[in-house]
Design a binder for this molecule. Structure first.
Ligand SMILES: Nc1nc2c(ncn2[C@@H]2O[C@H](COP(=O)(O)OP(=O)(O)OP(=O)(O)O)[C@@H](O)[C@H]2O)c(=O)[nH]1
Length: 671
């Protein structure tokens, strides 16, 4: 703590009306003007204390920015009439919210607030206490922190002002500062000056070229025409040459104007400092030429009070609206959240309801083909998707082996098998073994298809079922996990059962040839009617055609068949039997599959799904109670959201109280 002469109250700033007050005449501060502004400022300060900005509601705030050592703290201490930490290095390392309040008591009251702490202090200790609090918040080094420190100064004669002092902008980190200090400070400043509600108090040292100031660059980036920027030019005593020209030229677009000051230096008292400043601007050959309406701390104070009042007046109705809107939206969001469960009975009811909803939803989309709930999600229009998959499966089955029918090797498979099945027996019987042999070969070739189809179908059904389960149980994440597990397990079982069942069907088709369908015989007869003509054309046509048109098959190569005159009749017959029978086999494979799916899905949604989830949830003990008890635990993200909303609502309700009182007050003033 630096030694300091005692400050007198008379040194503190005094404000009165809207015109700058001559410094020699210091009337009492309590004017009707301030009486009106004070409650508004108090309300805004209370909103700031409530941290309403965390709800995205910006407050009119005077933000003090400047390059490092430009004199920000000196300006603030001149305004407050108290000593703040000053120096050449980085002094301000946290946002310092400085609330100046005039009070009639001649004894000043000073307090510091940070986090949950409130510390009373006094004028002789304030500087040291700010340093200690800063060290507490931002650490003892040279780093900065975004956690604000609030300094309340209640003092006779100070202007009613609230300002936020921010760390000075520095390009080059000094020893002990993090490498990215510039970015850290820039981010912090931007956060405060971006909102349109902020008034930027840009502190510029008269010793520098304003166009090179980082703080000017930053404020211009958010306030191009300077409509909410006021400049304070410090150190007028150090660089009086050209100062008048600088502020008149206004090369850096300061919309709210300039105020030139000479701050207190070293151990001067505020009285001494004020006298020196008065003297300087009255008598200095260059500085005295600057218009008195833009020099000195009282002028600055008065301008700030007016700007602050205008800003609050302009922004308050919008703030009230934003608080109300935000409160309504938070209440709506909270009310739309699931009721938190507080007893096992409640959890059980919720569980049974969810199971019921899942069952009904699955019945609708998987069985009944009702999909209003998922109008825009085609994947959930299950009956249609299942039919499409079934059609695709049927087409694949029919396509397979089609090409071999009429290729160059027409009838060769049949001929080779008949040659090997020869026996001492009458030649006009088609050997059944030969037929079964060919049948087995054909079934072998397609048997992977039903399995692949079942894999595909069950994967699809699993996706749909899990989606429904997760959506219905989305508010209860423990239940969601159990439902997902139950869904996966059940689908795996169903898939396995279906594939096993299909394996048996395929085995049956390979083992025997049977159908009671009369279509088989009629088709065979139809196809066989061309037998005689075919054999004649192959064996006895003198022109020996290389291709012949066979009914139902189109043109086939026949040159190679002339070597097998003895088995040609039988081979043709065998082929036609197989063609007629294969149609029946394929139809059976598709029909059976369709019926099997219908049954499996119906069992799944009517009985199995429910049983599986119940046994998953009730049947397991998880160390801390059954699955139902665990439903009482809210999903961490939901719990966090609920807590956040409850907190926001409390804050917004308190804010609403604050502003409604003040709005009533405004009506009263208007009256
Ligand atoms: N001669 C003169 N010196 C001044 C004036 N204003 C401030 N100073 C000095 O300039 C130095 C920096 O002033 P501060 O008020 O600490 O500057 P700051 O911008 O708050 O500094 P940081 O927060 O650390 O960036 C101090 O030594 C002050 O005494 C002034 O009007 N005239």
């Amino acid at each position: 703590m630096r030694g300091r002469k005692t400050q007198t109250d008379s040194a503190a700033l005094v404000l009165q009306a809207e015109q700058p007050t001559p410094l020699s005449v210091i009337p009492p501060i309590v004017s009707s003007y301030n009486d009106k502004i004070r409650p508004l400022l108090d309300a805004v300060d209370r909103l700031r204390d409530l941290k309403v900005t965390e709800e995205g509601i910006q407050l009119p705030t005077i933000v003090v920015v400047g390059d490092q050592s430009s004199g920000k703290s000196s300006v603030l201490e001149s305004l407050a009439g108290i000593s703040l930490p000053r120096g050449q290095g980085i002094c301000t390392r946290v946002p310092l919210i400085m609330k100046l309040q005039h009070h009639s008591n001649p004894e000043p009251e000073l307090s510091l607030k940070y986090g949950d702490r409130v510390e009373q202090t006094d004028e002789s200790n304030i500087s040291e206490d700010i340093v200690n609090a800063t060290n507490y918040i931002a650490g003892g080094g040279k780093g900065i922190s975004n956690t604000p420190l609030t300094l309340l100064v209640k003092k006779n004669g100070v202007p009613d002002l609230t300002m936020v002092d921010l760390p000075g902008i520095t390009r080059v980190p000094v020893h002990g500062q993090p490498e990215n200090i510039y970015d850290q400070i820039k981010d912090m400043i931007m956060e405060y000056i971006v909102p349109n509600e902020s008034i930027i108090l840009n502190v510029l040292s008269a010793t520098v070229d304003f166009t090179t100031c980082e703080s000017i660059r930053m404020s211009q980036s958010v306030d191009r025409h300077g409509e909410r920027t006021l400049a304070v030019v410090t150190k007028a005593d150090k660089a009086p040459e050209g100062l008048l020209e600088k502020v008149t030229a206004d090369d850096v677009n300061i919309g709210l104007g300039y105020v030139c000051v000479r701050n207190r230096i070293g151990d001067e008292t505020y009285e001494e400092a004020r006298d020196i400043s008065d003297q300087l601007f009255q008598t200095h050959p260059l500085l005295s030429k600057i218009d008195k309406s833009i020099v000195g701390i009282p002028v600055l104070a008065q301008k700030l009070v007016q700007i602050q009042a205008t800003s609050i007046g302009r922004n308050l109705p919008e703030i009230v609206k934003k608080i109300n809107d935000k409160l309504s939206s938070c209440l709506f969001e909270l009310n739309s959240m699931p009721k938190s469960l507080s007893s096992v009975a409640e959890a059980m009811t919720a569980f049974m309801q969810i199971i019921g909803f899942c069952k009904e939803s699955l019945k609708k989309i998987l069985v009944r083909g009702e999909f209003e709930k998922y109008k825009n999600e085609k994947r959930m229009h299950c009956t249609a998707r299942l039919v499409e998959m079934l059609d695709e499966y049927s087409n694949e089955l029919h396509k397979c082996g089609q090409s071999e029918l009429n290729g160059e090797n027409f009838l060769m498979e049949e001929i080779m098998i008949l040659e090997e099945a020869k026996g001492i027996k009458l030649p006009n019987f088609v050997p059944r073994d030969a037929f079964l042999f060919i049948l087995r070969g054909k079934v072998d070739k397609i048997k992977y298809m039903p399995v692949e189809f079942l894999e595909r179908v069950w994967t699809y059904i699993e996706e749909v079922v899990i989606c429904v389960l997760l959506r219905q149980s989305e508010n209860y994440y423990q239940l969601q996990m159990s439902a997902r597990r139950a869904g996966h397990n059940l689908m795996a079982k169903k898939k396995e059962r279906s594939i096993k069942w299909m394996g048996e069907i395929v085995e049956m088709e390979q083992l025997t040839d049977y159908t009671c369908n009369p279509e088989y015989v009629s088709e065979w007869n139809r196809l066989l009617s061309g037998q005689e003509a075919f054999v004649k054309a192959v064996l006895y046509d003198v022109e020996k055609p290389s291709k012949i048109v066979v009914q139902g098959m189109g043109e086939v190569e026949v040159g190679h068949l002339r070597q097998y005159p003895n088995v040609l009749f039988q081979a043709f017959d065998l082929k036609m039997r197989m063609i007629a029978y294969w149609k029946i086999v394929l139809r059976r494979l598709v029909d059976c599959m369709a019926l099997h799916l219908q049954l499996s899905v119906a069992n799944l949604v009517n009985i199995e799904m429910e049983e599986e989830i119940i046994s998953e949830v009730m049947g397991h003990s998880y160390g801390c109670g059954s699955g139902i008890e665990r439903m009482l635990e809210e999903c961490p993200s939901v719990a966090v959201k609920r807590e956040r909303l409850v907190k926001s609502i409390k804050k917004l309700k308190d804010s609403k109280d604050v502003v409604s009182k003040i709005m009533d007050g405004i009506v009263t003033y208007a009256d």
